[in-house]
Design a protein around this ligand. Sequence first.
Ligand code: UDP
Length: 341
Amino acid sequence: MKIKKAVIPAGPMKPVLVTGGAGYIGSHTAQELIKEGALVVVLDNLTTGHRDAVRAEHFYEGDIADTALVEHIIKEHQIQSVIHFAAKSQVSESLAKPELYFCENTVKSFMFFEAVMKAGVKHVVFSSTAAVYGIPKYIPIREETMLAPINPYGASKRMIEECLEWVGKVHGIRWVALRYFNAAGASLDGSLGEDHGPETHLIPLVLQTALGLREKLSVFGADYVTSDGTCIRDYVHVIDLANAHILALRALEHSMQSGIFNVGTGKGSSVLEIIEKSEALTGHKLSVAYEERREGDPPILVADSEAIKGVVCWEPRYSNLETILSSAWRWHSTHPNGYRQ
Ligand code: UDP
């Protein structure tokens, strides 16, 4: 990828619609946008999101495929840009119900973009995923790496990127797709965090086990060709991810061309490393059960994020494991039932 620095204007941002703003990454991004002084409108159907995670002044409970509602919101709030998070995101569920993922993620995003275009919005930041790469041949993974998703979740997201490529070209929409690696951590003030039902992600499961909410932690596969046999992932703090969206949006609102960027730290951590660091942090020894590999898990996913660093000057500030785990620990220990009282 050719790296050309974008201009990132300072000052107030234009009104922005955040779909999936009641979800994990969406809620943190909405909170950071509000801190930047943006008028934020959240659209979320609350099938997986939480009303209590919404910090925006304007909230609509509804579906991204409700094109009349989307057009109404855009007109009502003079929305200039959208950040599109709303999606189903569980790899295991996508393997069991691929049709659900192509419908909820791909088809509904196509409908959403049609409404966005009709209403005259010209800038889109889209929440994509490292799952579009499948099992990459080379690590760290660059954006040019061949795309070969190994689960319907990754495939459903890649199709949305392709849709943006065409829609952007034909209708003059400028867009950015951010392919993130493993989102982790919680807001530093402890008010927002990760709450999935069911929980499938490593760090929340580790910390819930440390809290005694789960009996044991399963390690899926200890026979991978990695330093300790367990899978390696690139964990990136959710606030760093939120800032990547904001920088991309600011640059698009100025004059940046469309593009796709990885968002990760370039540093991998194994499952065992996460367990050991969590044990040291929490002071609780975990009961661990070694199990078969989980279907759809690539052995190593680590990002090359030089492009986003070069173009919009993104730098991870909170993505060391200590900050990730301590912020997540604060959230889980003060919200053992997530957003439920
Ligand atoms: N993992 C694990 N036990 C669990 C959950 C996850 O060993 O209970 C492993 C999983 O196999 C993967 C890594 O932890 O290698 C990160 O999984 P997670 O679901 O958090 O994120 P993913 O990389 O699948 O998006």
